[in-house]
Write a protein that binds this ligand. Sequence first.
Ligand SMILES: Nc1ncnc2c1ncn2[C@@H]1O[C@H](COP(=O)(O)OP(=O)(O)OP(=O)(O)O)[C@@H](O)[C@H]1O
Length: 257
Amino acid sequence: MSLIRIDRVTKSFGPEPVLRDVSLHVERGDIFGIVGQSGAGKSTLLRTINLLETPDSGSVTVAGRDLTRLSKRDLRAARQNIGMIFQHYNLLQNLTVFDNVAFGLRLHGMLNPPRLRRRVLECLELVGLSARADDYPARLSGGQKQRVAIARALASQPEVLLCDEPTSALDAGTTRALLDTLRAVNADLGVTIVIVSHELPALGALCNRVTVLENGVVAETFAPADTTAPRITALGRELAFYGTEAGALFHPGVLHA
Ligand SMILES: Nc1ncnc2c1ncn2[C@@H]1O[C@H](COP(=O)(O)OP(=O)(O)OP(=O)(O)O)[C@@H](O)[C@H]1O
């Protein structure tokens, strides 16, 4: 069974729906991309996966549980299985790196102090920031802040990591390194990743499946590596190009390592 199933989800903030009858399935182990023009509803769709946005209709099932039918308490527990990172990192500025990563674990009373310390340091090690545990976020670069956010998101050992434009505030080199970290998180820890991004070249290399959203509707879903299948949308055709050898020249190095 798919790890994430979105079935016939509709969502409106005003008179016009932002998501219309959207269905998609994400398999365990996928790196699944969501692309589309600005305003297509990508972030809204991503945010329905942990119910930061509640659908007006339809269902959202993660690891076999329909989140739309859970009590608040059960939803809080289910969200421990779904980490999330954001464009602007959303770190707490008045807490150290260590305490940012520990924050969710403490809030949920999940670990005793020695285990908590071990778990936080493990997560910081994973993103290469053990040495910065006592620093405050203001002393870190953008790429380092996003790494702290990844460590925080992984602290509760979620099966799913949602990434909302994780690199759009970063320069090209830092973007490549960060996407490489996400690929390692997927490959080494088995975490299923759903990512919204405008970085088409990188997504073509990173994602094993991509959905193109147009005006709140799924226009097509495909595997970028399958360059033989016909593409319906201009974005789909562009992504297919980045899956080819010629296209790979646009995302050199790390992502194809
Ligand atoms: N909380 C909200 N309240 C009102 N309108 C919202 C809210 N969140 C999103 N919208 C609207 O829904 C539409 C889709 O927004 P969304 O952020 O999902 O698009 P997007 O495809 O991620 O866009 P972008 O690429 O520019 O980030 C936009 O018109 C946006 O203004």
